[in-house]
Design a protein around this ligand. Structure first.
Ligand code: HEC
Ligand code: HEC
Ligand code: HEC
Ligand code: HEC
Ligand code: HEC
Ligand code: HEC
Ligand code: HEC
Ligand code: HEC
Length: 451
């Protein structure tokens, strides 16, 4: 198998020269690709491949199946770093030589050949904002989330907040979706379970972003990223059940019943209705369709902020909601009438207003309780505040996102129906405290319940 590989390498080297010529003619800013790839065919680059075919056959076999493998983009192109890079180390096959590598590969490496995708990505919520959500207390939705980080790790029962034990919950959870700040040991290798991690990871050289969350290594497939499963590893569960909503929508019905026959592998940017009969997450949020071009900035096509405590029209770092609504409508118009688009977007606007109404009511009651000293300091041991968290973070998000993406069961039964139930209980707690001028002794809230 290893010998065979050497021959495949030579064939793709020849093909690659042709390819680079074409790409440069079309798009002058991609010119640096040529330098990198030519380097990839030195004797050193072949050595990585032949030794790793023995030592890590899973990686080599996978890489060979991908388009970049076919084009001859090799281990050397992505893993070799300058000797003075903060991430520079050597694997056992390179010890003592002049070549330095890193197992960490951020979006900065990809940007040498895919500058547009990386630029768009870095502007999106998937980059800095994603990591800030679990690192920056101020940006992260305030005290409750900060408390969540400490308490989930056993902080409430005395497990030291800086200990590995306390951080196990964060490292196995939050960081695997949101991203980490990679820490290095003396040999420049990652330590403290800070790598690998999720989409907004900050690397030791200051670069940001793990592209492989949607195009997993080492195939880096576009077909994979177009499928809803590529998003499902993060966009699921009680607080943002986007995959569940999708699968129960009419779009999901078509995907589940016909998706096997869809054309997933069309050239980048050329994936259009006909290749599929209903949209996936990628179609609506990323891929080019009709007059829209592909964008790796998932915020581009959004109007509302449906994840935070009160929904507002997006602005600033969250995007431009006025423009976003128009762009999203350009997705739908490929398959729907303007009447249906108007009706769907009016329903979303009304759902957002209804949810905000509940939220504003909850804030008003909370302010009154606070003014009268009727809130506990520890929000997690205070039934009112705990329910308020669920109102926003679980039931309220499900209602809003179910409504946005046509998932009636999430909009209603897991959404507004429970918003209403939770709110009613909050009113009861509020009334009790105001009437008796004291906080009830035991929480009436069953924490993980059906919320
Ligand atoms: C197009 C760029 C690219 C190419 C080509 C590439 N890699 Fe990677 N590799 C990555 C990325 C991205 C990661 C994940 C890094 C991260 O999350 O920081 C990775 C991770 C790895 C890891 C650590 C993964 C683990 O599961 O422990 C090894 C080892 C590795 N690559 C070896 C190779 C070898 C050998 C080759 C040549 C066949 C190769 N890579 C080709 C981009 C590349
Ligand atoms: C003679 C064999 C050999 C050669 C040549 C070789 N490697 Fe390795 N490499 C290994 C082995 C064995 C490991 C796993 C043990 C270790 O980390 O040293 C490894 C590990 C790695 C890792 C993961 C390191 C980590 O910290 O987890 C990367 C990335 C990598 N090699 C890339 C390369 C690249 C790129 C080249 C070519 C420039 C290369 N290797 C050449 C044998 C080799
Ligand atoms: C040295 C240049 C180079 C680097 C570095 C590079 N790429 Fe590529 N990439 C290419 C080339 C060339 C192609 C086109 C392959 C083809 O279609 O023949 C490609 C294609 C792709 C595709 C489309 C694959 C498909 O199925 O159509 C994806 C996705 C991709 N690259 C992701 C990445 C990511 C992620 C990184 C960084 C981890 C990266 N690339 C780094 C040169 C590079
Ligand atoms: C399964 C993956 C996953 C895990 C685990 C996870 N999150 Fe999230 N988180 C997401 C996704 C996806 C969103 C976007 C939700 C949306 O649009 O409603 C999000 C949104 C957020 C937001 C709002 C966005 C912002 O920038 O303000 C915060 C804050 C947040 N998460 C914090 C955390 C914390 C803290 C943890 C761990 C205690 C955690 N998350 C665990 C996937 C995850
Ligand atoms: C949230 C998921 C997601 C992430 C993260 C992601 N991609 Fe993509 N990418 C996609 C989808 C979906 C497509 C397919 C677009 C289409 O239908 O043509 C794609 C297409 C591509 C292509 C093919 C050319 C193009 O623009 O259509 C390249 C190259 C690429 N991605 C590189 C990257 C790089 C580099 C990163 C990291 C900065 C990255 N991707 C991160 C989802 C993602
Ligand atoms: C590795 C986990 C992960 C994967 C995979 C992932 N996302 Fe995300 N996504 C997140 C997190 C975390 C956030 C919240 C970012 C923040 O804090 O603002 C997010 C946010 C978003 C947002 C809201 C933008 C904003 O304001 O933050 C959209 C839209 C989105 N993702 C779409 C997608 C789509 C479509 C896919 C698949 C093609 C996908 N995501 C794949 C983790 C992921
Ligand atoms: C038919 C198009 C469509 C499909 C398919 C679709 N979405 Fe959405 N998505 C939307 C619309 C429309 C919104 C709300 C936009 C707005 O705010 O006006 C939205 C909102 C979101 C948000 C909320 C961002 C926030 O503000 O918190 C996330 C996250 C998201 N989608 C992810 C996904 C994922 C993951 C999938 C696939 C499992 C998916 N979407 C499938 C159209 C779609
Ligand atoms: C690639 C084509 C395609 C795109 C793009 C698309 N849809 Fe659909 N949509 C469909 C199909 C097919 C159905 C199922 C029609 C049926 O039930 O007979 C559907 C059904 C729906 C339904 C359920 C009600 C009904 O008509 O049965 C809603 C609501 C909907 N789409 C909204 C949207 C919105 C909003 C967008 C843009 C954000 C969008 N769709 C984008 C193809 C598409």
């Amino acid at each position: 198998m290893n010998q065979l590989y050497g021959k495949i390498g030579l064939v793709s080297a020849a093909l690659l020269l042709i390819w680079t010529g074409l790409a440069c003619a079309e798009s002058p800013n991609l010119a640096p690709r040529k330098i990198e790839i030519t380097r990839g065919y030195t004797a050193e680059a072949s050595k990585c491949i032949s030794c790793h075919a023995d030592k890590t056959p899973g990686i080599i076999e996978d890489w060979k199946l991908g388009k970049m493998g076919h084009a001859g983009v090799s281990c050397y192109d992505c893993h070799v770093v300058e000797a003075d890079s903060p991430m520079a180390s050597q694997c056992s096959g390179l010890k003592g030589g002049k070549i330095f590598i890193s197992p960490m590969v951020s979006s900065k490496t990809c940007s040498r050949c895919h500058p547009t995708e990386v630029k768009e990505f870095l502007k999106s919520g998937h980059a800095d904002l994603s990591r800030a959500a679990v690192y920056d207390e101020k940006k992260a939705g305030g005290k409750l989330v900060a408390l969540q980080l400490v308490h989930e790790g056993g902080g409430f029962m005395g497990v030291d907040s800086n200990s590995a034990l306390n951080q196990a919950s964060r490292k196995s959870g939050c960081q695997m979706c949101h991203g980490s700040e990679v820490e290095l040991g003396p040999d420049n290798k990652p330590i403290n379970n800070s790598w690998p991690a999720g989409v907004g990871t900050l690397y030791p050289d200051g670069s940001v972003g793990t592209c492989t969350v949607c195009h997993t290594r080492h195939q880096f497939s576009v077909a994979q990223a177009r499928k809803p499963e590529a998003c499902a590893s993060c966009h699921l569960g009680p607080d943002h059940p986007d995959i569940e909503i999708y699968l129960e929508s009419k779009h999901g019905q078509r995907y589940l019943t016909e998706g096997e026959d869809w054309e997933w592998d069309s050239a980048p940017g050329a994936w259009q209705p006909g290749d599929y009969t209903a949209p996936t997450c990628a179609t609506c949020h990323i891929s080019g369709i009709g007059e829209l071009e592909t964008s790796h900035n998932v915020n581009d096509r959004l109007k509302w902020d449906l994840m935070h405590k009160r929904s507002e029209i997006r602005s600033g770092v969250r995007g431009d909601g006025v423009k976003g609504e128009k762009l999203m409508a350009k997705v739908c118009i490929n398959c729907h009438s303007q009447s249906q688009i108007n009706s769907t977007s009016k329903t979303l606007d009304d759902s957002v207003a209804l949810y905000n109404n509940y939220w504003d009511g909850a804030v008003k009651m909370k302010k009154e309780l606070a003014a009268k000293g009727l809130l506990k300091k520890d929000a997690w041991r205070d039934g009112y505040q705990e329910l308020m968290y669920y109102l926003w973070h679980h039931t309220g998000r499900r209602a809003r996102q179910g409504s946005a993406m046509n998932g009636p069961d999430y909009a209603h039964w897991h959404g507004f129906f429970q918003v209403f139930q939770v709110y009613k209980d909050m009113q009861d707690i509020y009334n009790y405290r105001i009437k008796n001028n004291k906080i009830e002794e035991l929480s009436t809230v069953m924490s993980s319940g059906p919320l």
